[in-house]
Write a protein that binds this ligand. Sequence first.
Ligand code: NDP
Length: 328
Amino acid sequence: TLGLRLSCQPKGKLRPEHIEKAFVQLPARAQLLLKPRYISVDPYMRTRMQPEGYDYIERWNAGSPLSGWTLAEVIASNIPAFKPGDLVVGHLPMQEIIASDGKGLAVIPAGSDPTAFLHPLGMTGFTAWVGMQLIGQPTEQDTVLVSAAAGAVGSIAAQLAKRLGAKVIVTAGRADKRDWLRHKGFQTVLDHRHADYAEQLHNAAPSGITLNFENVGGRAFTAAIEAMKANGRIVLCGLVSQYQSEQPRQSPHNFAQLGQKRVSVHPFVVPHYLDYWDDFQKFMAPLVARGDINWRLDTISGGLDSIGLALIGLLRGDNLGKRVVEIP
Ligand code: NDP
């Protein structure tokens, strides 16, 4: 079958030629054969291509096969728990046909929307839940800032904070994204890409941010640190604006303010929290079933050939909602 691999590690921005198609030999006797329906593209994929700085996950070198969170259909099975026609989700290689032993795959329960498992009930929903519900735990006393809130993780994290009664400030880098956020009920919507962002933030929260859910990094993070109230906390979810940088470990120049203001920083990566997966499903599945969570897929068509451009666009901020690639 055909699959995707990294042709070489990018220096600076990812370009289409960094991802190539190659022949993959399937095992003669696979326990499960799967056909992907949707493949998720995610910012962390770019960090896997960096030569250093992101050691929580296996690196992609020249020639490494690409993989990602995938919704797939079972086309043949020797495992009783999986039947042809079942839809499954899990982390899988980006291939036209996938051989699997079934480990780490979950069958989509009958009656639920399978595409919800790409986002609110998938890894991005899980990330938002771990960061906000488990670590951040805002209350009515909090003024919460969620950056890139028209994106996948941010949109869910912001809604969780609101449900917990906090005052929520959200940001997005494009006018239509900010309109979407207002339409979904957020009153304070700022532009983290604007030159005046620090001032906008100060005006929106004159007495300071008590909880910052950081997704963006760079200038936006510098402005958020500036706006933190004493004894506040930062949930460090991601630094997407830095992932294509050749010096990935640059920190905001005002980091020293954190000590001065006694702000605590809570970095996390979801692979360390997988024991909480069932708790997450118990929490989120009823909310999604009742339509109490707003979520939107940003679907790119065109199959495996579109993965490179879909990821390049995601890293530029083209997406509104969770970006996925549909495999015909
Ligand atoms: P999103 O759907 O939020 O897409 C990325 C968004 O980031 C873009 O839409 C864009 O929004 C913003 N962005 C992209 N490039 C830049 C840039 N150069 N400068 C500023 N903003 C930029 O992706 P996810 O929801 O999947 O991820 C959001 C964050 O969560 C990322 O930092 C990611 O790494 C992190 N994450 C962390 C995990 C963990 O385990 N800790 C797990 C999963 C995700 P806009 O147009 O509004 O600027």
